[in-house]
Design a protein around this ligand. Sequence first.
Ligand code: AMP
Length: 197
Amino acid sequence: MAAANPQGDVTPKARIIFLGPPGAGKGTQAARLAEWLGVPKISTGDMLREHIAKGTAIGKQAGPIINQGKLVPDELLVTMIRERIAEPDCKQGFILDGFPRTVGQAHSLESLVPGGAATFDIFDMEVPREELLKRLGSRQRIDDAGSTVLRRLQEYDVRTLPLIDFYKANARFHRVDGFRDVEDVQKDLRSRLEKRA
Ligand code: AMP
């Protein structure tokens, strides 16, 4: 249950960030956790794909970048997230799947959320590169084609991996072995949240 604090804000049930490379299982695990906790899952990849499908200005800008396996500019993502987490369903918490992905985005998130990083649980999903290539090779997304996958992994290594240093001092930073059965990973995530509740 959410409780009111002296400032009158609602104490969030959970704020969670999923880190990890493409194919690590962030989306799958975030969706299950969101259902269990009763908070929304915010996937920036899904939001961008929706913009592309609808042919919005954001979609037109992001489409070619996504298809090349590159990261979309920070300003665009930060605006999207700022608006999304201001919606009423995020009052009691939310799960971020695919954001932040750069140190710049992580800095921006600090100013968007009262209390910043210290109020988040961060799950860093670790999966061997060989397994990632296997998983991504069997998906049907346009940006899962061979050379694009390598580009996405390279973007991850260069621009997202430094986020681990940004967050690892956080008391609620969790390294998670993502090279396990989906259910085993999910149980692990839930038990870590329960332990610190
Ligand atoms: P995903 O579904 O999370 O793998 O995202 C698909 C693509 O959307 C990525 O390869 C990026 O091109 C773009 N994207 C999603 N989230 C972000 C983000 N936080 N920053 C920059 N680009 C993003």
